[in-house]
Design a protein around this ligand. Structure first.
Ligand SMILES: Nc1ncnc2c1ncn2[C@@H]1O[C@H](COP(=O)(O)OP(=O)(O)OP(=O)(O)O)[C@@H](O)[C@H]1O
Length: 208
């Protein structure tokens, strides 16, 4: 799938999902249905389980109960999920371009040229700079560029606006809007406002 091909049958669903760490349940009875072209924002206090839910949706943590499925996607097809965590996964000794090339090689499904991805996140001028010298917000932009160079329909984003300035937050909103308009799905954990129309909201309860 390229980013410009819409898979209208795609739907991320959970059934009676419980998530947690070890035996500790953080959220239970989660019934999600996020269709192609739709986004969901996860809200909740620190420690309420937003990251844990994202990791479970990504298949990186096992559900404590219930199921996660991506209807309309054949498991034999290319991977469907992009997980973008708290950390930027930036190697200091690689240049910005080399970093993106690495992720493109690893994740496959080239979508747009590296230079175009850097342009879209406002890092064209830093292409040859070692990633170590990027500011915190620039490192976040580089992490977001990974979403663009390899096309995957489901974006799972953990605090994607962290360290972004107001222009960067607008740019992030534009990236998400474009992804949804092209038939993608996004689930976003954030304490910030994400200026994308029509996002559903799921608020997780605080741990007591
Ligand atoms: N590896 C782990 N082992 C045990 N407990 C963990 C582990 N990782 C996280 N937790 C705990 O799980 C709970 C939920 O953490 P999680 O990161 O999902 O919350 P969050 O809602 O994303 O929080 P924040 O808003 O601070 O990012 C926290 O109490 C945390 O301490």
């Amino acid at each position: 799938m390229t980013q410009r091909q819409v898979q209208t049958s795609l739907c991320l669903k959970t059934f009676a999902l419980s998530v947690g760490r070890g035996d500790a349940v953080l959220a239970s009875g989660i019934a999600l249905s996020v269709a192609a072209g739709s986004g969901l924002i996860l809200r909740g206090a620190n420690g309420s389980g937003k990251s844990t839910l994202l990791l479970t949706l990504a298949g990186l943590l096992e559900p404590l109960a219930g199921t996660v499925s991506l209807e309309g996607h054949d498991a034999d097809d290319a991977p469907a999920f992009h997980y973008c965590g708290h950390r930027n996964a930036v190697r200091p000794r690689l240049t910005v371009s080399e970093t993106l090339a690495f992720w493109c090689d690893l994740n496959g499904s080239p979508a747009i040229p590296l230079a175009e991805a850097l342009d879209r996140v406002g890092l064209s001028r830093q292409a040859s700079l070692d990633a170590a010298y990027l500011s915190a917000g620039q490192q976040r932009r580089l992490a977001l560029a990974r979403l663009l160079v390899s096309a995957r329909p489901v974006w799972l984003l953990d605090e994607p606006s962290s360290a972004l300035d107001s222009e960067g937050q607008g740019l992030l909103a534009a990236l998400i809007s474009t992804h949804l308009n092209e038939g993608g799905i996004a689930v976003i954990a954030s304490h910030d406002a994400i200026a994308v129309d029509g996002l559903d909201v799921l608020t997780l309860g605080a741990v007591t």
